[in-house]
Design a protein around this ligand. Structure first.
Ligand code: PDD
Length: 286
């Protein structure tokens, strides 16, 4: 089956989907995006993702390309046309096409691009867990805005892959973990407290992070929001990452050092299973 993309009002064959060379997303990464997981036909945490898109757009003073309700329809239609039952929908809004000039154009119309692709259905079983490496956080100072300026993360992810790891945890100038290249970072202490960095300009406020906080509260697990160092993470009882595409994924080694007993921890396993159950239950088919 051939894939279909949505580009500014039209559904087009994926291989022919184009934006102009002077689109500001292309030239300045002057664009924001979201990724929503689709599980069994449901859009997981759709409204929080749209709320975060709204915040990103407001921070950059880009207008909505179409109304929120219309965007929801386009997301559904793109998923439908690509026959995605499990997978993800990606959507990106740029400031639009304009003569190249750093300042904002007066009359550009925001561009909207939507794609969808299939992936394996989420399994409550996390498998064997994953390895992460650490890299210096070389990104700009407003990574709370979900822009397409992802080169820092791309370089970190590539380094991880070259070293046989799944993700890179980025580390600030004080030796404390900010977040993964495309995920939030968590550890579990010897007291069974979940620790993750507080929201601020140095991390993206992950939607999965937010939902996992609620799930943890339901399971009566304490969540402490504070930075942690690489050494603390390596010595932690458990470590895991969260994102729309990885859900809750246990981490079993950090820079080659085994975390816990080298197997996915009990808390990460429970959180993953409960997250998948809770987020599906809270998401109607619409
Ligand atoms: N990435 N931190 C960063 C830097 C991210 O890029 C992401 C998501 C997250 C987790 O956010 P959420 O739980 O809302 O997915 C944290 C998406 C999945 C991506 O770029 O593909």
């Amino acid at each position: 089956m051939s894939r279909v993309a949505y580009v500014n009002g039209r559904y087009v064959p994926h291989r022919a989907a184009r934006v102009h060379v002077e689109d500001r997303g292309y030239q300045f990464a002057d664009a924001v995006y979201e990724v929503i997981a689709v599980a069994d036909g449901r859009f997981l945490d759709e409204d929080p993702h749209l709320d975060r898109l709204d915040r990103s757009l407001k921070e950059l003073r880009i207008g909505w390309p179409i109304a929120r309700a219309a965007l929801k329809q386009v997301l559904r239609e793109t998923v439908r046309r690509n026959r995605v039952r499990n997978g993800l929908v990606y959507f990106q809004v740029s400031r639009g096409v304009a003569r190249r000039d750093y300042g904002f154009p007066k009359d550009a119309r925001p561009s909207l691009v939507v794609t969808a692709r299939s992936a394996a259905p989420p399994s409550p079983d996390p498998g064997p867990g994953v390895a992460v490496i650490t890299v210096p956080d070389i990104r700009w100072k407003r990574v709370d805005i979900k822009t397409t300026g992802l080169l820092g993360g791309a370089l970190g992810k590539q380094k991880a892959r070259e070293q046989g790891a799944y993700e890179a945890w980025q580390v600030d100038d004080d030796g404390r973990v900010t977040e993964g290249t495309s995920s939030n970072a968590w550890i579990v202490t010897a007291k069974d407290e979940l620790v993750t960095r507080p929201i601020g300009h140095e991390i993206l406020a992950g939607i999965t992070r937010q939902t996992v906080k609620k799930v943890a509260a339901d399971l009566q697990l304490a969540v402490v929001e504070r930075p942690f160092t690489v050494a603390e993470a390596q010595a932690a009882r458990e470590a895991f990452m969260t994102s729309a595409t990885s859900y809750v994924t246990p981490i079993v080694s950090i820079d080659g050092k085994t975390v816990g007993d080298g197997k996915p921890g009990d808390i990460a396993r429970r959180l993953r299973a409960e997250y998948l159950r809770a987020v599906a239950a809270a998401t109607p088919f619409v």
